[in-house]
Design a protein around this ligand. Structure first.
Ligand code: ADP
Ligand code: MG
Length: 349
C-alpha cells in the first residue's frame, strides 16, 4: 500500500498530511493490489552472521511487482539492494518472511527446483562483467553457452542467440572475443546472456555502474525494448538518480525496507493545447510505502523541516491522517500510555 506524499507545513503549522487518495493516480497505485502479483515480498528479513556479529541487511521489506514491469531500485550503498536481488534470483535465502515469484514460494523450493528456477526463470546481469561471461569465447559463443548448458542447442537456439545480439546492437561484433570488446559492449553481451534461456524475469545489479552516461542511457533503452518486445519483467538496481524517466516505477530502499516509490505517468500538457499542440509530458508521483503492520518511513527531509524527533501527534480528519510536530519539551515528557505503564509497573494502579 502507498500513500501520496504531501506537505502542508506552510498553511497549517508544523504538520504532515496523509491523504487516502492521490488525485488521478488511483489506478497507478494498483501495483500494491494483491498477492497475485508476479513478485510478492512480505516482511522479508535477511540477517548475515559474521563471526559474532549479526548484520541485518533486510528488515521487513514489502514489495509487489507486476508481470512486465520495468522497475528501478535505488538506495544508498549498504541499504540491501543486492541482498534483495540475490534473494529474488534464488542465490540467497531470506532469514524470514515470504517471497514468491510467479507463484513459486522461494523459501520452499527444493535444491533441485532452485537450480531449475535459476536456469529458467531468472536472468542475472552483474556490474562486474567478468561474473557474467567467459573472456576467451566470442560474444555469440557466450550467448549460446547458457542454452548449451541447459541441454538444448539447435538451429532455433542459434537464431535466438543472433536475435539477442541484434537486440543489444552487437551484430557487427558478434565474432569478437569478449576481451576485444569495450566495457559498455561487454555489458550489452551480458544482457543478451541473461536473456538466453527466455527468463520471464531479468535482474540487473548496477549494470551501468562502470559505463559512461551515454552508454548507461542506451542500456536503459535496451531494457525497455526487451520488456516491450518479450514481456520480460525487468528489475534494475542503480545509483543513477536520472533513471526515473527510463523506468515505470522507482522503489527506494532505506535501511533494508522499501521507503518510497515513484511512478512515472505520461500526461497531456494542456497549457499548450490551445495552441493546437498536444504535448505529452512526464509527471512523477511519489508515494510513501506503508508496510503490513501499518508502519511508514517519513522522509528524513520532512522530519528535519518540522524538527520532528521521537513522537508526533496523529489525528484522523475525514480522508486524511495528520501528523503534527509537538513542541520539544512536550515530546520529552512521557505519553499517557507510558505514564500508565510506569504506574502499573510500580503498582500504583
Ligand atoms: P547494497 O547492495 O544496497 O549496497 P547489500 O545488500 O550488498 O547493500 O548489503 C546490505 C548490508 O548487508 C550491508 O551492511 C552489507 O555489509 C551486508 N552484507 C551483504 N552481504 C553480506 C554477506 N555476504 N555477509 C555479511 N554481510 C553482508
Ligand atoms: Mg549492491
Amino acid at each position: 500500500m502507498a500513500f501520496g506524499r504531501s506537505s502542508r507545513a506552510d498553511r497549517e503549522g508544523a504538520s504532515l498530511v496523509l491523504q487516502t487518495k492521490a488525485p488521478e493516480t488511483n489506478e497507478q497505485s494498483t501495483p500494491f493490489a494483491s498477492e497475485e502479483s508476479f513478485i510478492f515480498c512480505e516482511n522479508l528479513v535477511k540477517i548475515y552472521k559474521v563471526a559474532d556479529l549479526e548484520v541485518v541487511a533486510l528488515q521487513g521489506l514489502d514489495l509487489l511487482i507486476q508481470r512486465g514491469e520495468l522497475m528501478g531500485i535505488i538506495g544508498n550503498s549498504g541499504s540491501g539492494k543486492s541482498t534483495l536481488l540475490n534473494i529474488l534470483g534464488g542465490l540467497d535465502r531470506p532469514s524470514a518472511g515470504r517471497v514468491t515469484v510467479g507463484g513459486r514460494d522461494l523459501l520452499k523450493l527444493s535444491e533441485r527446483n532452485l537450480v531449475k528456477y535459476k536456469r529458467e526463470i531468472v536472468g542475472f546481469v552483474w556490474q562486474q562483467t567478468a561474473r557474467n561471461m567467459l573472456p576467451y569465447l566470442t560474444a555469440i559463443e557466450n550467448v549460446e553457452l547458457p542454452m548449451v548448458l541447459a541441454g538444448r542447442f539447435g538451429k532455433k537456439e542459434r537464431e535466438w542467440a543472433r536475435e539477442l545480439l541484434d537486440v543489444v546492437g552487437l551484430t557487427p561484433r558478434m565474432k569478437h572475443k569478449l576481451s576485444e570488446l569495450s566495457g559498455g559492449e561487454q555489458q550489452r553481451v551480458a544482457i543478451a546472456i541473461g536473456l538466453a534461456n527466455h527468463p520471464p524475469l531479468l535482474l540487473a545489479d548496477e549494470p551501468t555502474g562502470s559505463v559512461d552516461t551515454r552508454t548507461a542511457a542506451t542500456i536503459f533503452d535496451m531494457f525497455r525494448h526487451i520488456r516491450d518486445t518479450y514481456g520480460t519483467t525487468v528489475i534494475v538496481v542503480t545509483h543513477d538518480p536520472k533513471v526515473m524517466s527510463k523506468v515505470d516505477r522507482v522503489v527506494a530502499i532505506r535501511d533494508g525496507k522499501t521507503s518510497t516509490e515513484t511512478i512515472r505517468r505520461v500526461a497531456i500538457n494542456m497549457s499548450d493545447f490551445s495552441a493546437g499542440n498536444i504535448v505529452l509530458g512526464e509527471t512523477h508521483d511519489e508515494f510513501v510505502v506503508l508496510d503490513g503492520a501499518g508502519r511508514l518511513q517519513i522522509p528524513r527531509d520532512y522530519l528535519d523541516k518540522l524538527s520532528i524527533k521521537k513522537k508526533v501527534r496523529l489525528d484522523l480528519e475525514d480522508d486524511q491522517i495528520i501528523i503534527r510536530a509537538i513542541p520539544s519539551d512536550e515530546a520529552d515528557q512521557p505519553s499517557a500510555e507510558e505514564k500508565e505503564a510506569s504506574r502499573k509497573r510500580w503498582g500504583l494502579l
